[in-house]
Write a protein that binds this ligand. Sequence first.
Ligand SMILES: [Zn+2]
Length: 164
Amino acid sequence: MLKITRSALDSIYSHGEETFPDECCGCLAGPSDGDEVTEAIPCTNIQNKLHERDSGQYPRTAREAFNIDPLEQMKIEEAADARGLKLFGYYHSHPDCESYFSAEDTSQATYPTTDDEEGPREPIWPDAHQLIASVKDGKADYAKAFIWDAAAKGFAEEDIQVSS
Ligand SMILES: [Zn+2]
């Protein structure tokens, strides 16, 4: 189950509306001694930059994909750590699309355990919560959360508990 405050969830919704029709993305953070996300830290979606540089390797634009700059993520982690926060996972939006963990999302959040790209995969961050907000016509609609299910070897939906 993902626990998140209403204000953190609202700021994810605002971020998704701001970047619409592109996907937004960011990190879920909260006090490191707690079990609740209290802050959504926005990240820059560098997908368009990657697509412009190499559309062969990055065929999708930011309308249907996101990518976080690893350097920006490192800085966010350091800044969060300095404030006594830890990262619980990630969020992104699906513009004009339902909230579900797509094949693209799965491939981005996992790595192949053999030489076969299509073969078995393991999660890069096994404990990370993945929140996806559906934004339709520029307005945030709803969110779902997903987490790696080790038995099923795939991402499964989990409950979201919103506190005030
Ligand atoms: Zn997605």
